[in-house]
Each structure stands twice: as C-alpha cells, then as structure tokens.
Write a protein that binds this ligand. Sequence first.
Ligand code: AQP
Length: 329
Amino acid sequence: MQGRIFSGIQPTHGIQLGNYLGAIRNWVKLQDSFECIYCIVDQHALNTVQDAAEMRQNTREVAAALLASGIDPARSILFVQSRVEAHSRLAWVLNCVTPMGWLNRMTQFKEKAGKHRENAPVGLFVYPVLQAADILAYRATHVPVGEDQKQHLELSRDIAASFNRRFADGFFPLPEPMIQAEAARVMSLRDGSKKMSKSDPSDMSRINLTDDADAIATKIKKAKSDSILGITYDPENRPEASNLLSIFAALADQSRAAVAAEYASTSFAQFKEHLAELCVEKLAPINAEMRGLLANPTHLDAVLADGAARADAIARPIVDEAYAAVGFT
Ligand code: AQP
C-alpha cells in the first residue's frame, strides 16, 4: 500500500453526478493501492441540514450510494463522522492553534456564507479546522481533493505544522493533496457557471444517483443549451455545451477532444439523446444496487457500525497522544 487516504462527503442530500464523477469514482480506484478511510461527514453537514429525520435519511442514502458505486467495506473503512469522537476532540485542540486570520482567507466560507455572513453558523467558519482534524486524526498521508478543496487542504497542512511546532516535532505528517488529472468539475444543468451541487434548490440542476431513467432523460433534455450547431469544448463562450460534453467524456471514459470530434456537426437535441442514454446505462446498475441496500437498513447500519469501530481503533490512540502532548491529563 502506498499510504493512507482520508476523504469525506457531506450528507447534505443524496449524491449527485458531480460527486460521483469528481470524487467517488476516483475513491473506488484508489482502493487498489492505498489504505482508504472514507467518511460521511455529518458534523459538517449540520451547518446545512438541521432536521434529524432528513439527516438520518441523507446519511443512509449517501452510504448506499458509496457502497453501490464500489466502495468495498472489506477493503476500506466507511463510517459516519459523528460516531467517532476523535474528530471533535482533536478539532478543539486544532482550533486553539489556528489563527482567525487563516480562516478569514478561506474563499469557500465567503462563497457559502454569501451576503449573510453575520448569520452564518460558527460551524461553517471553523469547518476547515474540523476538516483538518478529520485528516490528522488518522495521520492520513494523502487526500484526494477537487480544485475547490485545495485551499482547505493547504490549511490542514499549516495547522498540522502549527501543532508540530508548538507541541511535538513531526507529530502529524503533512498530508499530500492528490489532484485528479483531468478533474471532472461538473456544472449545473441550469447554469454552466455554477457547479452541480446537492443543495442547489433546483432539482433540475443536477442528476441524483437515485434518479430513474425517465428523470435523467427529462433533466438532460431540459438542460440549458445554446443554438449553435455542433458540440464544442469552449467553457468561456459555451459553458453549458462544454459542461454536457465534459459529462459525456467522463461517463464514456473518453477525452473531450474525441467526443467533440464525434459530435462536431450534431444538433443539441440528438447529442442530448445520446448523453441521456449513456447516463442511464452507467447509472442504472448503481441505482438498482442502491435500492437493494436502502431496502435493508439493518445491513447498512451494521456496515457503518463496523466502519466506525475500525476508524475509532486508529484515531483514538492518535488523539489520546495529541492530548498528552498538549498536557491534558
Ligand atoms: N459539481 C461537482 N463536480 C465535481 N466534483 C464535485 N464534488 C462536489 N460537487 C462536485 C466533489 O464531491 C466531494 C464531496 O463533496 P462534499 O459533499 O463534501 O461537498 P461539496 O463539494 O460542497 O458538494 P456539493 O454537492 O456541492 O454539496 P453541498 O451542496 O452540500 O455544498 C468533494 O470531493 C467535491 O470536490
């Protein structure tokens, strides 16, 4: 094994195609060469989801989506963050070695808090510190990240170094980012300048892994497009066409150039038909597997409980050691 990976996903809603193509598909591949720890980060999601039944439902749905996509609990650890105390125990210590100025620079807080900064939860502001704790509690060596998470990972490294400097030289390894080569950043089907997101108020903006064939076909058919004949990759001038082309390329495991060449003189209507067929073909098996898993919540809960016990066995001694290093008795 080449190292230990930690990565997380929020149960703010069921999984959407962007999560799948941008993160989960890669997580599945990484299982071959790394020790992988995958976490459903419900403590992060609490900043957004403040309804207990919804949180429970989302958590199970995300767990089912991860398993159905190929996360193998026999090889990887899959668990829910709030079930392993090490995360919040370490987060407090890290809060105390992180200057406010570092957090003030985080662009994701500014984007997510928007104009309502004063009303944004404190949890959203300190989110990157909890994220650092998630990673460091396992002494993870590598973290797969999308472009949008690069800044947070750099902060995790700074926080680890800050702890090491103050309390114990070399205590936390500085986690290395793993940026995907042709990072699939999937954009909203309604607005090519916004990323596809679980919590977008419009369900038409995204493809959920729970969508059936009809829903997928309707969403792709109604996806925003333009009136230029032929599909080209030109994100600046044709953001929506470029997004649909990128989704096609990612699903078909082809380069964007190859797809653009194939559809250079095709109408949007026809391209969308092909894209819908491809999307249904790739997602239908995952969708079917998810339904089976969701029909058996006892099994799902047992997988997560086993994952939590294994995660706890790694993280608890590391955080106990960190507590001793700061002088907690
Ligand atoms: N549109 C996307 N394209 C590519 N990758 C994406 N990811 C999310 N959206 C896209 C990647 O999915 C992983 C898990 O994301 P997350 O749940 O931790 O939070 P997020 O990035 O904020 O995802 P969402 O769907 O946009 O959730 P909400 O709406 O709750 O904020 C990450 O690796 C992320 O890069």
